[in-house]
Design a protein around this ligand. Structure first.
Ligand code: 2NE
Length: 271
């Protein structure tokens, strides 16, 4: 792959090639823990991938092979409700990033080598698919380090692995290796570390062969019930967009612009 770097970031890397965007958390010295700036840059990159018509699939990964992401940077966690930016303002902006990944109308694949822990574990969970290297390790640490994610971090985990297992993962704060993660339905496949990117790209290229609208609406459908009315709105937005592309939808707009009554009688009432 002839990856091209895009933009100038401090905490992340953004590359694109052959319809695929690859977003890398680039803080290996802290096992790719995220600080507010990291999350802000991730949101910028995901927004670029969202708007880029040449991008059909996004990969989220971590630099190096020791960690995908170790969650919030505990060294900048303040006493005032969040992780401090350079100005000392507290943030929990990773929660916005989680929603952004879910609302991005293209598949997002977590490519996990090493640790996916704490808020880093939730990040792989909110991605649509996870390809794990055989050295990957998964787990939540919140109750041990004075934190929790009682939103998607709890709810999505229960949907992925079942209620009892999700409670075990959160209540005991154990770590699980890649094979255990595979057997509980937490990841899609496990491959040798040396084949991680090759396998992930293969999955991405397969998805790129398929109808982008079908993938887009299916992603919204998978999220709709967990996201409640906001999820239904996302799903419904796709229906509106498709309706705008029909002669029937266009007749309403045309009639209004032409200051005449719309003629919907010419459109069939399908069974
Ligand atoms: C990830 C893990 C298991 C890796 O262990 P190991 O033995 O491979 O590495 P080590 O020596 O622990 O870490 C290497 C360096 O990375 C830093 C460490 O402090 C160390 O640097 P030095 O102290 O040697 O300079 N590092 C690692 N994780 C960090 C982190 N999250 N923040 C800042 N520095 C970090 C092991 O390191 C580990 O268990 N890390 C902590 C995982 C964790 O508890 N994450 C936070 C969960 S809470 C959360 O993410 C969250 C939430 O629950 C709700 C909302 C938002 C965020």
């Amino acid at each position: 792959m002839d990856w091209k770097a895009v933009g100038t970031f401090q905490d992340i890397l953004y590359h694109r090639a052959e319809g695929i965007a690859r977003i890398t958390i680039n803080r290996p010295e802290v096992r790719n823990a995220f600080r507010p700036q990291t999350v802000n840059e991730l949101m910028q990159a995901f927004q670029q991938a969202h708007l880029d018509p040449e991008i059909g699939v996004v990969i989220l990964t971590g630099a190096g092979d020791k960690a995908f992401c170790s969650g919030g940077d505990q060294k900048v966690r303040g006493d005032d409700g969040g992780y401090h930016d350079a100005q000392g303002t507290p943030h929990l902006n990773v929660l916005d990033l989680q929603m952004q990944i879910r609302r991005l109308p293209k598949p997002v694949v977590a490519m996990v080598a090493g640790y996916a822990i704490g808020g880093g574990h939730v990040l792989h969970l909110v991605c649509d698919l996870t390809i794990a290297a055989d050295n990957a390790r998964f787990g939540q640490t919140g109750p041990r380090v004075g934190s929790f994610d009682a939103g998607l971090g709890a709810g999505l985990l229960a949907r992925a692995v079942g209620l009892k297992k999700a409670k075990e993962i959160w209540f005991l704060c154990r770590q699980y290796d890649a094979q255990e993660a595979l057997s509980m339905g937490l990841v899609n496949t496990v491959v040798p570390l040396a084949q991680l990117e090759q396998e992930t790209l293969q999955w991405c290229h397969e998805m790129l062969q398929h109808s982008p609208t079908a993938l887009r609406v299916l992603k919204a459908a998978f999220n709709a019930d967990t996201d409640g009315l906001a999820g239904i709105q996302e799903l419904a937005g796709n229906a509106t967009a498709l309706y705008y592309m029909t002669p029937e939808g266009q007749e309403g707009r045309n009639a209004w612009l032409e200051k005449r009554a719309p003629d919907f009688g010419k459109f069939p009432r399908r069974p």
